[in-house]
Design a protein around this ligand. Structure first.
Ligand SMILES: Nc1ncnc2c1ncn2[C@@H]1O[C@H](COP(=O)(O)OP(=O)(O)OP(=O)(O)O)[C@@H](O)[C@H]1O
Length: 582
């Protein structure tokens, strides 16, 4: 069994002995609160910390869990344990419904999402307060039988919350270590790029949200029994989301255990001061600690430690990649095939932005194994072409057929899965992921669809291919422009695409770097890839391309063999100024 799972379970078993140790119940209450807040903070972190969708609505889901148990156990006399699955299910269903609407709207990210979730809390509170669910006086649970798990009723409640905290920690770790976690961290850094690299972002966000809210609901159900009297005012106040956010930030949102550490630290501190009758001083102390952490450790306690470890790793010499045979000189793909068969066909492709026709009924083919140059003056629609074909922008009209399969209107992650990869004109690496992780991600989610270990092995090969292996553990911010451009290439290639869309990979490079890049692109073609090459550097275009297509004002104005197109009078007047030669 994985050592982390084992460690969590053993810690849980050790803490489960507390009721039999004869310690004062005072300690049991502290431990109850630590576990309670740890569940809330850890569950919040699964969506908000990992994916960056900061929610201020966690209290709503916790409250729904509380009221589910309060109503079913307190009013309808269900056995307490039977209410817990419902206390998980109802918040999860609300999260799925809400997320299904909200997560599809690109504009609702960042602070708008935070505000919207806060508003949900008030809506839920108003409904509960003004319907028979509560109706105003609150709900009592005094008569509810506490399941006899421990020696006393309070220890039984403690054992239930402890078990839930252990499960939440296990889930938090499992999510971080899984594909879901990798995808969520990519969403955190750049959701659009994550989707283009094959991460099914909507599904992942929904899964994280539902999981997060279900766990909060269970915490609510147990807490209803703990407090034994539930009121809307106490349940839905802003303290819950604020405390949860602060605990997570203090512990570190990028580590599966961070929020639990934050919960233990803040609960312990508050209890310490409350026990000494200095509750206000306790709150001030917590505030002071948070100010210090935000100023000096903005990534939280465990985030600080993670960053230090990453820096140390980046500074150590690179060993042979784990479990991999010596990396081959050329990557393992099919040999070059110039069959001349169309691999990508776009017909009447159009894209309109407000007031701008960026692509105007463009029809062209990209043939298997070729390098097709896509040229045109600034603003002629080249990047838009790449954005539309990769699914980054929805098209306004026309058809896209790839390998005989229609990709018209397909979401970007499906386009990636089908075998199309792209680079960005301005590199868009995932800033918090190492170079190695940046390259492994498309190997997992793109056309290659490898498992995590396989993706890492694949990433090492492409890092060697692009000469970046010595920077494998560096963060993208530590790379120069040339290296960032090659990182874009490595990411595109790691998904083993059938078609690579290169968007001005040479811009900003020195002449020597351009020569290196030309050589690299030749090698990419030589091992079987088909390439669409958008570029303004004419010597590279003439050295590399088999055929050329020229756009102007979104319209295709010429296509054919490179030398012929370069002599075309329309191309000369619209783009070149004078004829170009090979
Ligand atoms: N997201 C957008 N919103 C509005 N207009 C856009 C958007 N993206 C591109 N455009 C417009 O579409 C047209 C084509 O832009 P595009 O970036 O595709 O040109 P390009 O040929 O790639 O130019 P360059 O060589 O400068 O990169 C331009 O008029 C541009 O302003």
């Amino acid at each position: 069994m994985n050592r982390t799972y084992l460690g969590i379970l053993l810690a849980g078993v050790a803490l489960a002995t507390v009721p039999w140790l004869g310690v004062p119940t005072f300690y049991e209450s502290i431990l109850y609160l630590v576990c309670h807040w740890a569940i809330l903070a850890l569950s919040w972190n699964i969506l908000s910390g990992y994916s960056g969708y900061f929610s201020f609505g966690h209290g709503a889901f916790f409250g729904i869990g509380m009221y589910t148990t309060a109503v079913f156990a307190g009013k309808l006399n269900w056995p307490f344990l039977a209410t817990l699955p419902l206390a998980a299910l109802l918040p999860a269903l609300l999260a799925l419904g809400l997320g299904f609407v909200v997560f599809r709207v690109r504009a609702v990210r960042g602070e708008l999402f935070a505000l919207l979730t806060l508003a949900v809390t008030f809506v839920v509170a108003t409904i509960i307060l003004n319907t028979p669910v509560d109706g105003g006086p609150g709900v009592y649970l005094n008569a509810v039988d506490v399941p006899r798990i421990g020696p006393t009723a309070s220890s039984s409640i403690y054992l239930m919350v402890l078990a839930t905290a252990v499960v939440t920690l296990l889930v938090s770790y499992a999510v971080q270590a899984s594909r879901l976690g990798v995808g969520l961290f990519a969403i955190h850094d750049d959701e659009d790029v994550a989707e283009v690299m094959g991460v099914p972002t909507l599904g992942y966000k929904l899964a994280a949200y539902a999981l997060s809210c279900a766990l909060a609901g269970v915490a609510g159900g147990i807490h209803a029994l703990f407090v034994s009297y539930v009121t809307a005012g106490e349940t839905f106040n802003i303290t819950v989301p604020l405390t949860v956010v602060l605990m997570s930030v203090l512990g570190g949102t990028r580590h599966w255990a961070g929020p639990a550490i934050g919960a233990a630290a803040i609960t312990g501190l508050l209890y310490f001061f409350t026990a000494g009758d200095h509750a206000v001083a306790g709150k001030a102390a917590v505030g002071a600690v948070l100010v210090v952490v935000i100023l000096f450790l903005p990534d939280g306690l465990l985030g600080f430690w993670l960053r230090r470890r990453a820096r140390q790793l980046a500074a150590t010499p690179i060993p042979q990649p784990p479990d991999s045979a010596p990396a081959p000189a050329a990557p393992p793909q099919a040999p070059a095939v110039h069959t001349g068969q169309p691999l990508l066909e776009v017909r009447q492709l159009s894209k309109a932005f407000r007031g701008v026709q960026a692509l105007d009924r463009v029809t062209l083919q990209v043939r298997q194994g070729e390098i097709l140059g896509l040229l045109g003056p600034n603003g002629s629609g080249k990047s838009t072409f790449i954005n539309v074909v990769s699914g980054h922008y929805p098209l306004s009209g026309g058809e896209i057929v790839f390998g005989g399969q229609s990709l018209t209107g397909a979401p970007p992650h499906r386009v990636a899965r089908a075998g199309i990869a792209r680079t960005y004109q301005i590199p868009r690496p995932f800033q918090h992921l190492s170079v190695l992780q940046n390259v492994a991600l498309p190997a997992m989610f793109g056309g290659a669809a490898l498992d995590q270990r396989g993706a890492e092995r694949e990433a090492w090969k492409w890092l060697e291919f692009t000469g970046l292996q010595a920077r494998a553990h560096a963060l993208p911010e530590d790379l120069n422009l040339h290296q960032r451009k090659f990182l874009e290439l490595a990411r595109a290639l790691a998904s083993r695409p059938r078609l690579v869309l290169l968007d001005e990979v040479l811009s900003g490079l020195t002449p020597a770097e351009i020569d290196g890049a030309i050589d690299l692109i030749r090698r990419i073609q030589a091992q079987g890839s088909t390439i669409v090459f958008v570029e303004h550097v004419m010597r590279a275009v003439m050295a590399l391309t088999d055929r050329i297509v020229v756009l102007n004002h979104g319209k295709l104005i010429a296509q054919g063999l490179a030398n012929d197109v370069m002599q075309d009078s329309g191309v000369v007047s619209a783009y070149l100024g004078k004829p170009a030669h090979a």
